[in-house]
Each structure stands twice: as C-alpha cells, then as structure tokens.
Design a protein. Sequence first.
Length: 148
Amino acid sequence: MIIYDLECEIGHRFEGWFKSADDFQAQNDSHLISCPLCESATIKRVPSAHYVKASNQSGNQSTTAPIPSAESPAEFKHWLNALRHHVKNSEDVGERFSEEARRMHYGEADKRAIKGQATTEQIQSLHEEGVDTLSLPDFLLTDKNKLN
C-alpha cells in the first residue's frame, strides 16, 4: 500500500491510498480520483512530509514527530490497527462534528479526539478557518475488518 499526498487544481490537499505507483497513475489517467472537497478530477502528486510540527495547546509549535511509516506488511497492519483503535476510542459527536471541532479550535471546549459526520461544505469551511480535520474510510470505523 502506498500513501500519496495529492492536490487538486484549486489547491486542496488530501491523501490517496494505492496498491502501487502504476495503480495511482492508471486511476489518475482515467479521472477516477477526485478531490473530497470540490470533486475536481484534475489531481497531481505533491511532495510528502516525513515529519509534522506538533503544536501545544496555545498553538505554538513545540515538537517534531515522525509520521508513521510501514516498511513491511506487518508494520502496516500494526499501524492501521493502532489508528483504528484510536478512532474507536474517539468521542462520537455525530452531526455536531463541525460545531464541536470549531469550539475546540477556538478554546471554547476541551481538546479531545472526536469523530462524526460533516458535509463537504462544512469540512471546507473548517479548513478555511484553520481547523484540521481528517476524513477516514469506513473500514477504519469498525473492527469488523481488523487486520490480524
């Protein structure tokens, strides 16, 4: 599994997961990949960051943390199951997701891991305000497909 950072013609950035580089190219050439925010099918790969800046609660950059990588199928399964566990233990705020994410961003609610539903427009509005969100595929939201 390869994870690419992608960008649409408008500049929205998102991730794509592919079986191989050839799989990405074939899907992109066939316009099967589209931006989750604006649905543009004009997509390009962009450089991937190997590190992210973590922020403390006041918003100041404090530490640099490596992004997990999977060098083998076993490592990938471990990383994916850990992500699934984190999602499972997040507070489900349902359709109040954008409202609650915004409240946390502006310090009106305690910061915590949340999950829920939001429309494309709500997610775009959050991103424009600087609120980080991550859209996850359904298989990460259940233990039914847990990798052994």
